[in-house]
Design a protein around this ligand. Structure first.
Ligand code: SF4
Length: 437
């Protein structure tokens, strides 16, 4: 029999991380009461639902939406090289942004693209063999987490996908292996029966060497042939690395998890590539697949929408016809792609106006002297007010939307949970687009 609470509750998807859990029920909005205890999810809804009402502003003075739109249009009309960055939005918001980018010749970069680009570069170079959340839930027998405890960014990963009691196939509880993860953050990897994970201590910055040695040992091109099994590589015994390879090769279905955003060292895309190579080689004899974690703020949705509508992922520039550099332009003569040169940090030096977008969270724009338009979360608090600020609704709370899960294959609807006076990002971008020639 249903409880009174569950009769009144609304079923929702949570956009606070890439798992996009769709088993949530909002029991009450004030005070916020969800049927789950995920701290990150609860904080996301609480933060927005408790946000004070906010008005647009121009030069720090509160104003109405129309005046703010006109001020933003003036900045865009004077700009030759606008930068649209942050891009914290869902599919609908990104569709609108692409239209405005086409009209203004804007360069696009997402706030979390530094990590995303590491994966994209490796993917472009060699392809990859990745899996889905459903496959993890139904088939994984080993979870191999490299440089991430997983739950800091994706809190219910183990609860929903690893320690789940239901799966389509009869399989043992997955074993969990952590490499280069702080031991105090590994308790989520202890099974419900109390089985502890295998922890291989190392520093994240040592991963390039460790992954290279693992690949060398796997391919029997042993650069360590003169060393004994007791010899240490980055503090790890060679015998431990060999035992790890044996475990991966003998398992029924290994899922290798990494968060490229954590790889904060030079040429980190090569480490992602080493992980991909390890997966490809072991896949010749058993089943193993990758699962890159996303960073959030709509990064997967923005990248996918950009790719299917323009042919290129994020860090692209929409070139106004007539301005194109014939050496860099793609076939449709309207787009350039450069994952290094078109980063927000680089383009702040080359652009003459910035639109910063952050609708899911109150992420602040970078410090810069460019004329700045901020379109974003109503809770944004600035040290220095931007030239124009337009607060907009939060997808999944103030208006409906669509969001991609971190595994790229499933898009889920986000629901409108309350009446809001705030426009959506797509509506604001459409108003700007309509006002421009
Ligand atoms: S795990 Fe992620 S998607 Fe699921 S409830 Fe927590 S924050 Fe939301």
């Amino acid at each position: 029999m249903q409880s009174k609470d569950s009769e009144k509750s609304i079923s929702i998807s949570c956009p606070a991380c890439g798992l996009l859990c769709d088993d949530l029920r909002l029991v009450s909005a004030s005070p916020i009461k969800l049927n789950i205890s995920c701290t990150k999810g609860v904080a996301f809804f609480e933060y927005t639902l408790n946000a004070a009402p906010r008005q647009p502003s121009v030069a720090g003075q509160a104003t109405d939406l129309n005046t703010a739109i006109q001020a933003a249009v003036t900045i865009l009309k004077q700009s030759q090289t606008p930068l649209f960055a942050g891009l914290g939005t869902e599919v609908q918001g990104m569709r609108a942004i692409l239209q405005l980018a086409n009209k203004t010749g804007a360069t696009l970069d997402h706030m979390h693209s530094e990590g995303m680009i590491r994966n994209t570069l490796a993917l472009q170079n060699s392809g990859w063999q990745n899996t889905t959340l459903t496959e993890v839930k139904n088939r994984a027998t080993v979870i191999f987490a490299i440089g991430t405890d997983i739950v800091s960014s994706h809190p219910r990963f183990f609860e929903k996908l690893v320690w789940n009691s239901e799966s389509l196939f009869n399989k043992p509880r997955p074993e969990v292996i952590y490499l280069a993860v702080d031991e105090k953050n590994t308790t989520a990897g202890i099974s419900p029966e109390g089985k502890k994970p295998w922890i291989i201590p190392a520093e994240i910055k040592q991963l390039p060497e460790i992954m290279n040695v693992l690949n060398a040992l796997l391919n029997q091109k042993n650069p360590l042939h003169k060393k004994t099994p007791d010899a240490l590589i980055c503090g790890i015994a060679v015998a431990t690395l060999l035992a790890l390879l044996e475990k991966l090769k003998s398992a029924q279905y290994v899922v290798v998890v990494w968060a490229a955003g954590n790889f904060k060292f030079s040429q980190a895309e090569l480490t992602v590539q080493s992980i991909i190579q390890l997966i490809a080689k072991i896949n010749e004899t058993t089943r193993i697949a990758g699962l890159p974690l996303n960073a959030g703020d709509g990064d997967v949705s923005v990248n996918n929408t950009s790719t299917w509508l323009s042919g290129y992922p994020i860090r692209s520039r929409h070139v106004k016809l007539g301005d194109a550099n014939p050496e860099n332009i793609n076939q449709n003569q309207q787009l350039e792609y450069d994952p290094h040169h078109f980063s927000c940090q680089q383009q702040l030096k080359n652009s003459d106006a910035l639109i910063w977008i952050s609708t899911f969270n109150a992420q602040l724009p970078p410090n810069c002297s460019l004329p700045t338009i901020v379109i974003g979360h109503p809770s944004l608090q600035f040290e220095r007010m931007p030239d124009v600020f337009i607060p907009v609704g939060v997808p999944g709370i103030d208006h409906a939307g669509t969001q991609f899960r971190m595994d790229n294959v499933v898009a889920l609807p986000l629901k409108k949970l309350r009446q809001s006076d705030l426009p959506s990002l797509s509506q604001v971008i459409q108003l700007l687009t309509d006002e421009l020639p």
